[in-house]
Design a protein around this ligand. Structure first.
Ligand SMILES: [Zn+2]
Length: 125
């Protein structure tokens, strides 16, 4: 198993967010690859989904951890999100709630939030 070469992103499906998120995570986590798990409005989904609805997402996260040795999770929210059409403030609340939820599920991993702004720059929260 590769050692610390992968990180895992919980991102929106929106194509505008993919490259900036990958670039930021590669720099921040010092990894070569970013496993990308996507869902429309991922931040809102993880923040509020009932446990049973989160099962498929958790299966994908577990593959990234167990097969790729990922030690880092990132939850992404972004400007102009069709899947979670709320204000920037609400997005940041959802990202924070998602980070807290994932920290409880994966206490041995680092879990961080990312905001992608209206110029498609990604920022750590
Ligand atoms: Zn979106």
């Amino acid at each position: 198993m590769p050692d610390k070469k992968f990180a895992t992103a919980l991102n929106c499906m929106d194509g505008r967010t993919q490259e900036p998120v990958i670039e930021l995570i590669k720099r921040d986590a010092n990894v070569t690859f970013v496993d990308m798990i996507t869902f429309p409005g991922m931040d809102g989904f993880i923040a509020s989904a009932p446990d049973q609805d989160l099962t498929q997402i958790l299966k994908m996260i577990n593959i990234s951890i167990e097969k790729h040795g990922s030690g880092h999770l990132y939850v992404v929210g972004h400007y102009d999100c069709a899947g979670n059409p709320v204000s920037e403030e609400e997005h940041k609340k959802h990202i924070s709630q998602s980070v807290q939820r994932l920290k409880q599920l994966y206490p041995h991993l680092t879990v961080k939030g990312i905001w992608v702004d209206e110029t498609w720059n990604a920022h750590l929260l």
